[in-house]
Design a protein around this ligand. Structure first.
Ligand code: GLY
Ligand code: MN
Ligand code: MN
Length: 463
């Protein structure tokens, strides 16, 4: 964990922003895999970890804003637990380690909250996303579990988003460590993808191992597929074959819990065919345009539009599109080639703070989410600020079912050359993704540079 002053400062700021009431932060526990004693690997709740540091099970943090008091609740272990878990610090020591003066057990928490509720005080909490925590909060606050979401605190969500959106220097250091591990994951993939006949799961398995060797788990289930047109395809069962592109979208968490999220797309065997090169360079042109447009005050939705416009120009040159590219983008034609957004925030969560609700993180009153297919999937649309960490991940996909549907509907027929697109139905997809920090006057690529141009990838894969 960082020095305790970091967490003290974060909680102080939160008190200032939330202004009144009691803030309840429920940490995660273990979740059973197939029976209670056999559990999934533990993942702490990011809100709890951001403000209360501990990467341990079954802890609850409370901030009494009205009285400027902080509490850490949880159970002290006894000798029976120690046999299985080894010695662990007392709750009091855990609290003091992060600058929290008060500690107690879960019964003390119940009494504290009962008194607060009886006094009519507001209890703030962010949306829980695990059934166990929905039930726990329902029980603590004496509300029906089906209505827990109705009591979520928008003030707390906004205060958390405000702080967590701006990454400090020490957070950037951790994010870059996670990206450096992702470098190992993706360069390992490139080497393995050079050999036709390898199974996708062999590559994905090695990549996951590299993540673990970097000190943390993967930040989301690895996407490693020769069917890149399936956007979140987690199947790894196929043997890799010549003429297919591999889309490798993977990142990790480092021991401090900070994430990386990188995508590279490479040709099986290590040499791009001319068709693969054409589409790859179209996506790369959009991807390399983005950093030049990023600066505080610029809306990421506008950069998304600039990126898909660049992609549209390239697809027009290839004969896949026609007509005026600006009009094509305005009509939503690019949704067929890139149905997802240009990027999202990244931090302690790979889609940072997504449990709060995407619109609280990526949009605000001035910047409302579009409902147009494609642009509607953009998770971050609002004005950028110095200190944001975000992804830049354009892609181009040939999704047979989507092509058929749009063609049958004659959708965007003035902009899409369906006869030409038809020939690409066996292509798959391409995505290229890097992680960027918004700086005072632009942005900075985070982490070690990972081979990205056609020449760099071909060179790397031939070594
Ligand atoms: N891992 C999915 C994404 O890049 O957002
Ligand atoms: Mn990704
Ligand atoms: Mn991403």
């Amino acid at each position: 964990m960082f020095a305790k002053e970091t967490y003290i400062k974060r909680r102080k700021q939160l008190m200032k922003d939330v202004k009144h009431g009691v803030i309840l932060m429920v940490g995660n526990g273990d979740s059973p895999f197939n029976y209670p004693a056999n559990v999934y690997s533990f993942r702490q709740d990011s809100t709890f970890r951001y403000f209360f540091a501990h990467n341990l099970q079954n802890l609850v943090g409370v901030i009494d804003v009205d009285n400027q008091e902080e509490y850490l609740f949880g159970e002290d272990v006894d000798i029976e637990d120690i046999i299985w878990t080894g010695p662990v610090p007392s709750m009091r020591d855990r609290a003091l380690e992060i600058g929290v003066e008060n500690s107690g057990n879960i019964n003390d928490l119940r009494k504290f909250l009962d008194a607060a509720i009886f006094a009519g005080r507001k209890v703030h909490f962010v949306p829980p996303y695990r059934a166990e925590n929905v039930n726990f909060i329902a029980e603590l606050l004496h509300v029906d579990r089906n209505y827990v979401k109705a009591y979520v605190s928008v003030e707390l969500i906004n205060a958390c988003v405000k702080q967590r959106s701006i990454k400090s220097e020490e957070e950037i250091v951790e994010i870059e460590k996670a990206i450096d591990t992702a470098y190992n994951m993706h360069t390992t993939m490139m080497k393995m993808a050079a050999k036709e006949g390898t199974y996708e799961y062999e590559i994905a398995g090695m990549m996951e191992g590299m993540a673990l060797a970097g000190g943390g788990p993967v930040s989301f289930p690895i996407i490693l597929t020769t069917h890149g047109e399936i956007l979140h395809g987690h199947d790894h069962s196929l043997q890799i074959k010549k003429d297919r592109m591999i889309v490798s979208d993977a990142g990790c968490e480092n021991p401090e819990g900070y994430c990386s999220d990188i995508t590279r797309s490479v040709p099986v065997g290590g040499k791009f065919s001319s068709r693969q090169k054409d589409i790859y360079e179209a996506v790369l042109a959009a991807q390399t345009l983005v950093p030049s447009l990023i600066a505080p005050g610029v809306k990421y939705s506008e950069i998304h539009i600039a990126a898909v416009t660049r992609l549209a120009s390239a697809l027009k040159e290839l004969g896949l599109m026609k007509g005026n590219v600006q009009d094509a983008v305005a009509e939503g034609a690019m949704g067929m080639f890139m149905p997802h957004g240009l990027g999202h925030m990244m931090g302690l969560d790979v889609h940072d703070m997504e449990n709060y609700g995407e619109n609280y993180v990526g949009y605000d009153k001035k910047n409302v989410r579009s409902t147009q297919f494609g642009l509607a999937s953009l998770r971050l649309g609002r004005e950028l600020q110095e200190g944001f960490v975000l992804t830049n991940e354009p892609g181009c996909y040939f999704i047979p079912a989507l092509i058929d549907t749009w063609r049958a509907e004659r959708k965007c027929k003035d902009f899409i050359n369906y006869d030409e697109v038809e020939k690409y139905k066996d292509f798959g997809g391409i995505r290229i993704e890097d992680d960027l920090l918004v700086t005072k006057d632009g942005c900075r690529l985070l982490g070690k540079y990972i081979p990205k141009t056609v020449a760099e990838i071909e060179d790397y894969m031939s070594l």
